[in-house]
Design a protein around this ligand. Structure first.
Ligand code: SAM
Length: 218
């Protein structure tokens, strides 16, 4: 289920038959996996390195939290690339499909799946090497209409992500903020909570749509 412009509707696009449709979509699988590979590259982006704190993950096995892991397309790619992954999703219909996929992974033990809300992560402090989130982070403000509620949510989550990351840990988010105001709320939540970074878009004049947010700790 999606809007007339193909924007998914949360949670309707990810429950019941829609979750099955999502999981069976070859187009979706290709897009999620492609975006995940781009995010993996961005984790050691040169421009981020030039902000100091060089941390090359090439060849190193990392513990990565995949926020909003859905049916596991993104988590699967992270495991196949040699990482240990904690996949987190709020919807059981999506997570159950990820659990089925996990059974077919060669390195099944490298993937742990947790039913939880990104805004209330059940993760130990300073335990995660890096965080990746593909097509999910914009949903953390679902149901919030007041700007004060939106800012409170994005700030609390950014502050908590700072706590769960190890000192050199980075965050790469691929997401779809609805407009510039929403994007700025997400960016400032990180900048106000100990992160530095920048966004990457296909078209620099683009105001909404697919956006990559690359962050490192200051
Ligand atoms: C586009 S889908 C998942 C994409 C995922 N990267 C994949 O490979 O399938 C977005 C997911 O974000 C999840 N989500 C939305 N809000 C969430 C929240 N607050 N906490 C955890 N997961 C959330 C949804 O349940 C949905 O499964």
């Amino acid at each position: 289920m999606s809007n007339h412009d193909n924007t998914p509707i949360f949670p309707d696009s990810y429950i019941g038959d829609s979750s099955l449709e999502y999981d069976n979509s070859i187009w979706m699988e290709r897009n999620q996996k492609k975006a995940t590979l781009v995010c993996l590259q961005y984790l050691h982006d040169e421009k981020l390195n030039s902000l100091g704190n060089l941390d090359n993950i090439n060849g190193k096995k990392c513990l990565i939290a995949d926020l909003g892991c859905g049916t596991g397309f993104s988590s699967e790619i992270l495991v196949e690339n040699g990482h240990r992954v904690i996949g987190i999703d709020i919807l059981i219909d999506m997570l159950l499909k990820a659990k089925t996929k996990k059974k077919f992974l060669k390195k099944e033990k490298e993937l742990e799946l947790i039913l939880a809300d990104i805004n209330f992560l059940p993760i130990k402090q300073a335990s995660i090497d890096h965080v990746i989130s593909i097509s999910a982070y914009n949903f953390i403000i679902h149901g919030k209409n007041l700007i004060s509620d939106i800012l409170k949510t994005v700030n609390n989550t950014a502050r908590y992500l700072k706590k769960v990351l190890k000192p050199n840990g980075r965050i790469v988010i691929e997401f779809y903020p609805k407009d510039e105001k929403e994007l700025n709320a997400f960016i400032s939540s990180f900048k106000e909570n100990g992160f530095d970074g920048f966004t990457v878009k296909k078209d620099p004049n683009q105001k909404s749509g697919q956006t990559f947010l690359l962050l490192k700790q200051c």
